[in-house]
Design a protein around this ligand. Structure first.
Ligand SMILES: [Zn+2]
Ligand SMILES: [Zn+2]
Length: 159
């Protein structure tokens, strides 16, 4: 299983391979490390985040955002040119062709698992089926937790 996470101390990204025998997760850039619980990785799969211990992960297509934006930009440009040249069929055809290309890419892309709390990403986990898709309520819960923790660091309760 391949993972990428942001170090909670130096906030730089570390990428590493981890499997059932991996015991410690280390930052490549500073001294931060975290002991991985024995049962956290089972047969090359994880159901919780080994970078922060969070029990909630979501699954999404590993589709790079820049690629999607590039598709839209090229399709819009070509289609506008065709439209300006009164080639209406081409203008619509170009949009449909890129829409189809986008769909094909989306269908063949592998999945990536993402941690709700620290946004660590896991690729090639052997049990991706067990992980649900993105859920707004869960994300909101972690967002609220982040705000609470952030506030408590900046302004600790007076008692
Ligand atoms: Zn670090
Ligand atoms: Zn995490």
């Amino acid at each position: 299983m391949h993972m990428a996470f942001l170090c909670p101390v130096c906030e730089q990204q570390t990428q590493c391979e981890c499997n059932d025998g991996t015991e410690v997760l280390k930052c490549e850039h500073c001294d931060w490390s975290r002991t991985i619980p024995n049962d956290a990785i089972d047969n090359g799969a994880t159901h919780s985040c080994i970078a922060c211990g969070c029990g909630d992960l979501w699954k999404q297509r590993d589709f790079p955002q820049w690629l999607g934006i590039t598709f839209v930009a090229i399709a819009a440009t070509l289609s506008t040119i065709a439209w300006a040249m009164y080639e209406n069929i081409w203008a619509i055809g170009i949009l449909m062709a890129f829409g189809l290309l986008d769909y094909i890419f989306y269908a063949i892309m592998p999945d990536v698992l993402v941690c709700y709390r620290c946004r660590a990403r896991y690729r090639h986990s052997t049990d991706e089926e067990a992980i649900p898709k993105f859920d707004h309520e869960t994300a909101e819960r972690y967002h609220q937790e982040e705000i609470r923790l952030g506030n408590s660091i900046k302004s600790p309760p007076s008692q």
